[in-house]
Write a new protein. Structure first.
Length: 239
C-alpha cells in the first residue's frame, strides 16, 4: 500500500510539473540589460532566469501579458498563459514579436522603440506632412496633424485615385483637425493631402486597427501593415 501511495504521489508531482510547463508557455524578451538575453529572444516561462542587482528584463507572454523583472532576481518569470486565436499570424504573438525585434536596422521596430523621442509620439494621428502608412483605431474618428508651425492654411484632402475630395480651413494656432466629413474613411484606403502653403502633396494609406486582446497584439498587427513607427512607439510604452 505504501509503495502504491508513493508511486501515485510521484505521478501527481510529474503531472503538476508537466501541466505548469504546458501552461507557462513561451515569452519574448522586449527590454533587457543582459547581453545573454537580447530583445527578440524567446525563453521558456518555466525556466529559471537570473538577474544581478540593477538588472532589468521585460517580457511578453502569448496572451499579451507584460512581465517586468528587476535584479537581484532568480527563478522562473511569472506571466500570462497562452491565449486562443487572434488576428495575429498563426504562429502566435511571441514568435511574431520575436521576428520584429531581431536585427538592428535603423528603421526597425526595435530601433524606434529605443529612440527616446517615441514617448512624445501621438500614436493615433495622421501626419498630413509625411507620406506613409498610418494605423488608427477602427472604432474612433482619426485626427489629422501638422507640424507646430500653426499658420492658417487650407487643406485639400481626397481619396485616391479619383474619389471624394474636401477642402478645409485649418485655423491659425491649431495642430489637429478631425477627419474630413466628405471623405469616407476605409480600411486600406489611399488618400492625398496638400496644404495651401506647400508645394508637395503627401500620399497616405490608412489601416483600421480592429479590437485586439492587448497592446502587444496591436504592435504586431501594425508592424505587419507597415505602421512601423507607431508599432515601435507603442511597444516602448508597454508595461
Amino acid at each position: 500500500m505504501r509503495i502504491r501511495i508513493v508511486a501515485m504521489s510521484v505521478l501527481a508531482v510529474c503531472w503538476l510539473v508537466a501541466t505548469w510547463s504546458a501552461l507557462a508557455g513561451e515569452l519574448v524578451v522586449i527590454e533587457t540589460t543582459e547581453t545573454t538575453l537580447e530583445p527578440g529572444k524567446i525563453v521558456d516561462a518555466s525556466t529559471a532566469l537570473s538577474l544581478p542587482s540593477g538588472g532589468h528584463l521585460k517580457l511578453i507572454a502569448e496572451d499579451g501579458t507584460v512581465t517586468e523583472l528587476d535584479g537581484p532576481f532568480s527563478g522562473p518569470p511569472v506571466a500570462g498563459t497562452p491565449s486562443g486565436e487572434t488576428e495575429v499570424k498563426a504562429d502566435g504573438l511571441v514568435k511574431s514579436l520575436s521576428r520584429l525585434l531581431v536585427g538592428d536596422a535603423t528603421n526597425s521596430v526595435l530601433a524606434i522603440m529605443r529612440d527616446s523621442s517615441t514617448t512624445t509620439i501621438d500614436l493615433w494621428v495622421v501626419d498630413v506632412l509625411h507620406s506613409g502608412d498610418y494605423c488608427v483605431p477602427a472604432n474612433a474618428v482619426p485626427k489629422l496633424s501638422r507640424s507646430k508651425r500653426f499658420n492658417a492654411v487650407t487643406l485639400t484632402f481626397k481619396t485616391l485615385p479619383d474619389g471624394a475630395e474636401d477642402s478645409i480651413r485649418w485655423p491659425f494656432g491649431s495642430q489637429h483637425l478631425p477627419w474630413p466629413n466628405k471623405v469616407p474613411l476605409t480600411d486600406g484606403g489611399r488618400y492625398s493631402a496638400k496644404l495651401s502653403n506647400r508645394t508637395r502633396t503627401s500620399k497616405l494609406t490608412i489601416q483600421l486597427v480592429p479590437d485586439l486582446p492587448s497592446d502587444a497584439h496591436r504592435v504586431v498587427w501594425m508592424a505587419e501593415r507597415a505602421c512601423i513607427r507607431q508599432a515601435g512607439a507603442l511597444l516602448a510604452r508597454l508595461h
